[in-house]
Ligand binder design. Structure first.
Ligand code: FAD
Length: 429
């Protein structure tokens, strides 16, 4: 059996970042990716926040093919016939170094893999790993369709359904309530049209989240990100919540109907769908985090359960990249001691706990219980949009005083035990 120092399974952000950290270590590192190229099977919303990553990957961003820096944040509450949007433009988001960018993974991951090849890392596409090789409980390599390759350390960067973590006995069986299904279209549009429609300056971007009738009472929401010459438009729905829905619905129709809403229709007018994708996304947060190390193996990114729905934004890409770097640092340390046992590799768990990743996962550990509240997707978007509509309506009757009208509506819709309970729940995050 051929042997290398490190095998990384999965050429997504987590795997590529791990190999980047190992690039100048003198170790032989290979990345095995089952897709035709890195980025071909990777799905995100998506927006990436760079501030948390600048210490981990300081040199990566100058040339990176990111899309637009986000200067505008929008949150839209949709009900059947109306919607309310909260819009934030911030000058602070429009000064270098920009805090967040929109990103297309097919472009970014491919570029990242090419960069690594220049640094002497072998990123091998079309290599599906179908088993681990273990000896006395220690991982000593992997099996692909046509060969067996040995290694001192295997890094499972194989994404959310990580079958390597299961094979290594590091994670519990999955539960449907811990996952959502995301599906998205990339819709090509001229960059000037995007800037005009979203009232953006050149290269500026918008990130818009949607909550309400678009998911028909199912836990979830929608997203829209402006790329340089396209829009990423998608919906995320909780699997358990979807399964419980009667009558059953074809989930792709949610996106078709969303696109027909006037709020969306007018934004995507004239655009052409150039990419369609669907992927699982973690909703379980810290509760589904597996053991992230074992004898001869480390888990990174989605494979390590590092993903979070923070209600106002989704996180996963920074966790994937930072955890990849931390795994790389752990491997370098293990190499110095020539000890790849679980006890040596447990250093990774310590690094993760000290990092922003586990601190955020802990701060947002109750998000799922809040997301499971159906009123978030039905009652509140409806009540808020109806109230706003009433405030703005002038009909044939003399207009009622604003204070009186708002007080009455607030009392009717929000001053009740249920809303009070929801508010108490909200205190947890
Ligand atoms: C709809 C949606 C919207 C999202 N929005 C955002 C967002 O806006 N911001 C954010 O930060 N995060 C977002 N996320 C989460 C984020 O995309 C993920 O957390 C991130 O992509 C994880 O990266 P990764 O490298 O761990 O996994 P992946 O990108 O999934 O990479 C895993 C890689 O492993 C390969 N692989 C798997 N099995 C094997 C095998 N057996 N052999 C060889 N290769 C294998 C796959 O082909 C893939 O390339 C979103 C996710 C979804 C689905």
């Amino acid at each position: 059996m051929d042997k290398v120092d490190v095998i990384i399974v999965g050429g997504g952000l987590a795997g590529l970042s791990c190999s980047y950290e190992l690039a100048d270590s003198g170790m032989t590192v290979i990345v095995l990716e089952r897709g035709d190229f890195s980025g071909s099977k990777n799905v995100t919303g998506g927006r990436i926040y760079l501030n948390p990553l600048r210490n981990y990957l300081p040199d990566l961003w100058k040339e990176a093919p990111l899309e637009r820096h986000v200067t505008k944040e929008l949150i839209t509450l949709l009900s059947e016939t109306n919607s309310t949007t909260l819009e934030l433009y911030s000058d602070r988001f429009n000064h270098l170094p920009y805090p967040s960018y929109t990103i297309l993974r097919a472009k970014f991951d491919r570029w990242f893999a090419d960069l690594l090849s220049e640094k002497g890392i072998f990123v091998i596409p079309q290599k599906n790993v179908n088993d681990l090789i273990q000896e006395g409980g220690k991982v000593i390599g992997v099996k692909t369709e046509d060969e067996e390759i040995g290694a001192d350390c295997v890094v499972a960067a194989d994404g959310i359904l990580s079958f390597l973590s299961e094979k290594a006995g590091l994670r519990k069986p999955f539960q449907p309530q811990h996952f959502a299904l995301g599906f998205k279209e990339v819709i090509a549009l001229d960059s000037k049209v995007i800037e005009d429609r979203f009232r953006l300056g050149e290269k500026e971007g918008a990130a818009q989240l949607f909550l309400g009738t678009l998911t028909k009472g199912v836990m979830g929401g929608g997203f829209l990100y402006t790329n340089q010459e396209s829009l990423s438009l998608g919906i995320v729905v909780g699997i358990q919540s979807l399964n419980q829905r009667e009558p059953r619905e074809e989930v792709y129709k949610f996106l078709d109907e969303f696109k027909e809403r006037p709020e969306i229709k007018n934004l995507i007018r004239g655009g052409e769908t150039v990419e369609y994708s669907a992927h699982l996304i973690s909703e379980g947060g810290i509760h589904i985090k597996p053991k992230v190390f074992g004898d001869g193996i480390l888990l990174v990114g989605d494979a390590a359960g590092l993903g979070l729905n923070m209600l106002v934004t989704v996180r996963g890409m920074e966790y994937a990249m930072a955890s990849g770097v931390l795994a790389g640092r752990t491997i370098k340390m293990a190499k110095e001691k020539n000890d790849f046992s679980a006890s040596s590799l447990s250093h990774y768990e310590k690094l993760l706990s000290e990092s922003f990743i586990m601190k955020e996962m802990s701060n947002y550990q109750h998000t799922l219980s809040i997301l499971e509240n159906q009123r978030l997707f039905t009652k509140y978007p409806q009540a808020i949009s109806d109230l706003f509509e009433k405030i703005m309506t002038v009909d044939g009757n003399p207009k009622e005083g604003l204070y009186k009208m708002i007080s009455r509506e607030l009392k009717k819709e929000f001053f009740n035990f249920q809303t009070f309970k929801d508010w108490l729940e909200f205190r947890k995050i």
